[in-house]
Design a protein around this ligand. Structure first.
Ligand SMILES: [Zn+2]
Length: 316
């Protein structure tokens, strides 16, 4: 597999001419110091790269057959010698650029600051695939490198999030991190025990009907304190009313073992049931979302996040 050395800016601004120009520049000026040298497994992967801001402007990119050669090529460039066939390099670079531009939109979400056009081209299923891929990156300890301030600036004038994730307030279950999304990629709603009231439904309607998000993902999690509190019948201020909304899930959970908050298997079974009841209540209480779903414009899906394994399991 080829390796790609990169010093550049936004992927989507890459074009073949810029690549060839960068080759010429790299021979006559100071050699590029690549921010990263990355093995390319597929053209899709190019879109997943996080591009650093150019130093002194321009885009510099190098493609070679292996990492060792890429590094050698880099050092030889500093001698002013041409260590490789420039025409072949240009050809490879152009092919890479075309591949990047034509690559499946399935990987666009992995790249921050989604444009409206990119988001609108994606189907709900593709967005869910990207959630799974993001969780995989999170679990493997290889999340996208992100320049968050750059993402903040790029999205300051508009947002086109692909989805709204509705989860628990639990500090260990932040949707953006565990699904590896950047600023502007998703809406994130959180309430203890992920029970949806009308304000949350209104937020989901805003996300999908007004701004065009295509997925509503309800995310429960293991060892949820709110679920445990509901099982124990905790009474405390406004929490009492909130936990009462989880009671139907407890009652609807078929479980023959010990039905207590100390039994985590039971707690997780209730959390799972609670996700499905939340989805049912979204469909029941929001005609707006129900219509969007039945017309195929959006998907409403459920998931469970496992605190110990980091796995987000998508429920059927
Ligand atoms: Zn929780």
């Amino acid at each position: 597999m080829p390796y790609l050395g990169v010093l550049g800016r936004d992927t989507l601004k890459i074009n073949a001419r810029a690549l060839c120009r960068s080759v010429r520049l790299s021979r006559t000026r100071a050699p590029p110091i690549y921010d990263r040298v990355i093995e390319i497994e597929s053209m899709d992967q190019i879109l997943k790269l996080q591009w650093a801001k150019p130093r002194g402007g321009g885009l510099k990119i190098g493609v070679n057959a292996d990492r060792r050669r890429a590094v050698m090529q880099h050092s030889q460039l500093s001698d002013g010698r041409d260590p490789f066939d420039r025409r072949a390099f240009c050809k490879a670079a152009v092919a890479t650029a075309v591949g990047a531009v034509e690559a499946s939109l399935g990987s666009v979400l992995a790249h921050a600051d989604l444009t409206k056009e990119q988001r609108d081209k994606m189907t709900a299923d593709e967005i869910i695939q990207q959630m799974k891929a993001g969780n995989e990156r999170f679990r493997s300890g290889k999340p996208q490198h992100r320049d968050l301030m750059r993402e903040a600036k790029a999205t300051a004038k508009g947002q086109y999030p692909a989805a709204i994730v509705f989860g628990c307030v639990d500090s260990r279950a932040p949707a953006e991190l565990i699904l590896d999304f950047g600023i502007g990629d998703i809406f994130s709603g959180r309430v203890a025990g992920n029970v949806a009231d009308e304000d949350i439904l209104g937020s989901m309607e805003f996300a999908c009907k007004v701004t065009g998000s295509k997925v509503v993902l309800v995310m429960g999690h293991t060892a949820c304190g709110a679920i445990k509190g509901a099982i124990d019948g905790v009474q405390l201020g406004n929490l009492t009313t909130l936990l009462a909304k989880i009671r139907p899930a407890i009652e609807a959970t078929h479980y023959t073992g010990e039905r207590s908050a100390k039994n985590y298997t039971f707690v997780d079974a209730v959390a799972r049931k609670n996700v499905s009841l939340t989805i049912a209540s979204i469909r029941e209480k929001s005609p707006v979302l129900r219509d969007l779903e039945s017309s195929g414009s959006i998907k409403i899906a459920g998931s469970m996040y496992n605190l110990e394994t980091g796995i987000v399991e998508f429920l059927a």
